[in-house]
Design a protein around this ligand. Structure first.
Ligand SMILES: *[C@@H]1O[C@H](CO)[C@@H](O)[C@H](O)[C@H]1NC(C)=O
Length: 373
């Protein structure tokens, strides 16, 4: 009797393991026909879990202090060390959203959203265009291929620089696409050295939007165009509604954001640094298809991937901490979906700006009131 029970247990467990193995391999196969790459950025293997803890400690900092703003670049860098591989594995080479397009694949919808940028800044052959916060370069390659422009991307994360350069070579776009490691709040480029610039869901990582906009303004030539897709709360957001606050905080925590801005602040900030604002529009509004469906439909995949990373960690193929990071991204997807469904959040508030041809006149001295003199 005992022996039969034992045989049954072994049989069931064995079959289960076999099934899992096939499933894991199947998942690796489906995702771009390559092995799962979970190196976790440039973090050494044994430090992944520590870095994850360090990432979370950022949110326990005293708010609104100068030192907190100073910590943001390192915090964003840590975040991208933790998530870059998982993003590439589960999402592809473009780390941003796009409205879903009926009858089109995610890949095509993503490309359309990127090519719109090329059109907005009128990128063309012979031009030098800056990609502010370029990630692993999905958008850069689409825009270079579409427009013929020379694209220079900047990212704070060294690991992303290496990934982007490798992808550029593979796509045979390395002559047209350059990648620089640096902080977009202090860019290593001379004044007026670009014909155009864009940022796709990247400036949300800046503690003060003024600082990154001022840098873009500085490196653009007079007359140059800049378009940005901003992550913002919409006028539907109510700070007094605990559900809204929970959703927005969830998005901030899971995406390395020092604090989301409101939609109606953006144009004023652009004007403050000297830009002319040409156009502003929430690209998520109808008739655009919802951008968050991709996250929703991904739930089954998320669970399958959770099992995959757990097994890989157990087998010590993936470093410790990957499961936690994956869990964090799953939670974040929930908050993002909620933000999309309630309409309180958009990741694609588009603003198109121009650096004026003539420098703004120096403020004239206030007229003296000499009536009483
Ligand atoms: C570059 O631009 C900044 C800000 O517009 C200005 O303060 C600085 O003097 C300029 N540098 C040079 C070398 O022109």
């Amino acid at each position: 009797m005992e022996a039969t029970a034992m045989a049954w247990t072994v049989g069931v467990v064995g079959l289960g393991l076999l099934y899992w193995f096939v499933w894991v391999m199947g998942a690796a196969e489906v995702k771009g026909k390559r092995a799962v790459n979970l190196k976790m950025g440039s973090i050494t293997r044994d430090k992944v879990k520590d870095k994850y803890t360090q990432y979370w400690s950022f949110f326990r900092r005293p708010k609104e202090t100068v030192s907190a703003a100073d910590k943001v670049p390192a915090f964003v860098d840590t975040f991208y060390n933790l998530v870059t591989d998982i993003y590439e594995w589960g999402w592809g080479q473009s780390f941003h959203f796009s409205p879903s397009v009926q009858g089109s694949s995610h890949r095509d919808a993503t490309r359309l959203h990127e090519e719109r940028v090329a059109e907005l800044v009128r990128a063309g052959p012979g031009q030098r265009v800056l990609d502010v916060g370029c990630g692993v370069g999905g958008p850069m390659r689409a825009i270079a291929a579409r427009s013929g422009a020379h694209i220079v991307g900047i990212t704070i994360n060294e690991y992303q620089v290496a990934r982007a350069r490798a992808h550029n070579r593979k796509a045979r776009l390395d002559a047209q696409c350059e990648v620089v490691c640096g902080n977009f709040l202090q860019m290593p480029f001379p004044n007026a050295s670009f014909d155009g610039a864009y940022s796709i869901e990247a400036t949300c990582h800046a503690p003060r939007l003024q600082d990154v906009y001022a840098e873009v303004f500085r490196v653009l030539r007079p007359g140059g165009l800049y378009v940005s897709y901003e992550w913002v709360t919409t006028p539907l957001y109510r700070a007094a509604d605990p559900d809204h606050v929970d959703t927005i905080q969830g998005i901030e925590r899971g995406d390395a954001l020092p604090g989301l801005r409101a939609q109606d602040e953006i144009a004023a900030i652009a004007a403050e640094v000297g830009f002319e604002v040409l156009q502003e529009r929430d690209l998520a509004l109808p008739p655009a298809g919802p951008w968050w469906t991709r996250l929703k439909m991904g739930r089954i995949a998320y669970w399958r991937n959770h099992i995959v990373v757990s097994v890989l960690t157990l087998l010590r193929i993936a470093p410790k901490g990957v499961v936690e990071v994956h869990e964090m991204l799953y939670e974040t997807a929930r908050h993002l979906t909620r933000g999309g469904e309630t309409g309180i959040f958009t990741p694609m508030h588009m603003i198109l700006c121009r650096k004026p041809l003539l420098p703004a006149p120096a403020p004239s001295p206030a007229p003296e009131d000499d009536a009483n003199q």
